[in-house]
Design a protein around this ligand. Structure first.
Ligand code: ADP
Length: 356
């Protein structure tokens, strides 16, 4: 039985029950007053009192009207509840058929039914966004993989046709593209694991100063070769951070590689660490090209490149910062960037300090 009919029945039966109780009470009252009158010698008045008959008719009329009103009230209340529920069920059915644009009307009232409609619409909105993001990611991955594959295919065809000789230099170009493909696939795997919360982090207290020293050792020679000054400074009272040392290094390698990529010769890159109320703040600041304010809100998005052609030439996949952000978030930290175009950029990572 549908809810409207069920509630109408429930209301009617309740009204019927109340009516029966009232009738029983009236009868009991009458019996008591009869007994009382017999006891006082007025019993001969009892056979048929016209006012009693009128009262009985009036009670029957009121009772039937109450029953009808109860049925209508039950139907009305059920309609108020069942209407929005049916809309939610219909929308859920549509969403099951992959139509994520379906929404339900939100009642103006401030009750549970309105809450349900609002929460349902919020959930639908989230699913819609995730669906759009998933499609966009698939399109981006296909687009990004097509470029190196097309280059490899074209080069191989030229070599097969004898147009290009199979020299070590030509093969090295092909190998570069294969390496780039492999790096991108590795980046995508890291990103999907980090975003799905499937990364296994082996966290332990890590002395940030030691990590910065190791980065200096790795990138010092590269920076020198590019004519860039690379320096590191860790505040003396900086506590250890609770982190997976490999993943922390991966984040900072991304940031320093970017700084080296976007800083011209003669520039300066500064790595710094300092304590900050229960956290440790690590920053990578460069005097490079800076980031256009229009790009700044998007640089942590997957495949986002400020300057698409230049970045692709220099080998960036546009995934580095997206991976860094996911890794930092997996550690319970935050990452952001500040920049002045033409003057440089600063990437700041805050991670929880290790207890004690
Ligand atoms: P990419 O592989 O292109 O470097 P990232 O995700 O690491 O991808 O960076 C995204 C974009 O952010 C870059 O294409 C670039 O435009 C901008 N960017 C990142 N770091 C810097 C920096 N230090 N200076 C200027 N621009 C930067």
């Amino acid at each position: 039985m549908r809810m409207r009919a069920r509630l109408a029945w429930a209301f009617t039966l309740t009204a019927l029950g109340v009516m029966l109780l009232v009738i029983v009470a009236i009868n009991l009252g009458m019996a008591w007053s009869m007994g009382h009158m017999m006891g006082t010698g007025h019993a001969m008045m009892m056979p048929m009192d016209p006012s009693m008959a009128a009262l009985a008719r009036w009670s029957a009329g009121v009772g039937l009207t109450a029953l009808a009103l109860a049925a209508v009230a039950g139907w009305y209340v059920a309609d108020r509840i069942a209407g929005p529920l049916e809309a939610v069920a219909q929308a859920a059915r549509q969403m099951g058929l992959r139509d994520l644009s379906e929404r339900v009307p939100e009642p103006k009232s401030d009750d549970e039914i309105a809450d349900l409609a609002r929460e349902f619409n919020r959930m639908a909105e989230r699913l819609h966004h995730e669906d759009v993001a998933r499609r966009q990611l698939l399109a981006d991955v296909a687009h990004e993989l097509r470029h190196p594959v097309a280059v490899i295919q074209g080069q191989l065809e030229l070599i097969q046709d004898g147009v290009r000789p199979m020299t070590p230099e030509n093969l090295a170009g092909l190998q570069d593209e294969v390496i780039r493909l492999g790096r991108m696939i590795g980046d995508l795997r890291d990103l999907s694991q980090a975003e799905a919360g499937a990364l296994t982090l082996s966290t332990r207290p890590v002395q940030v100063g030691e990590t910065l020293d190791s980065l200096m050792a790795t990138f010092g020679p590269v920076a020198e070769e590019q004519g860039i000054t690379l320096e590191a400074a860790t505040a003396p009272d900086t506590p250890a951070v609770m982190a997976d040392p490999q993943r922390l290094r991966q984040v900072l390698v991304n940031l320093v590689s970017n700084a080296l990529r976007y800083t011209p010769p003669g520039g300066r890159i500064r790595l710094a660490a300092r304590p900050l109320s229960g956290m440790v703040e690590i920053s990578v600041t460069d005097t490079g090209s800076g980031i256009d304010p229009a790009d700044l809100p998007h640089i942590f998005d997957r495949f986002y490149r400020g300057d698409r052609s230049r970045s692709r030439q220099t080998g960036g996949s546009g995934l580095g910062l997206a991976i860094s952000r996911s890794l930092v978030q997996a550690h319970g930290g935050t990452i952001w960037a500040e920049s002045t175009p033409g003057a440089g950029s600063s990437f700041v990572v805050q991670l929880p300090a290790a207890a004690g």
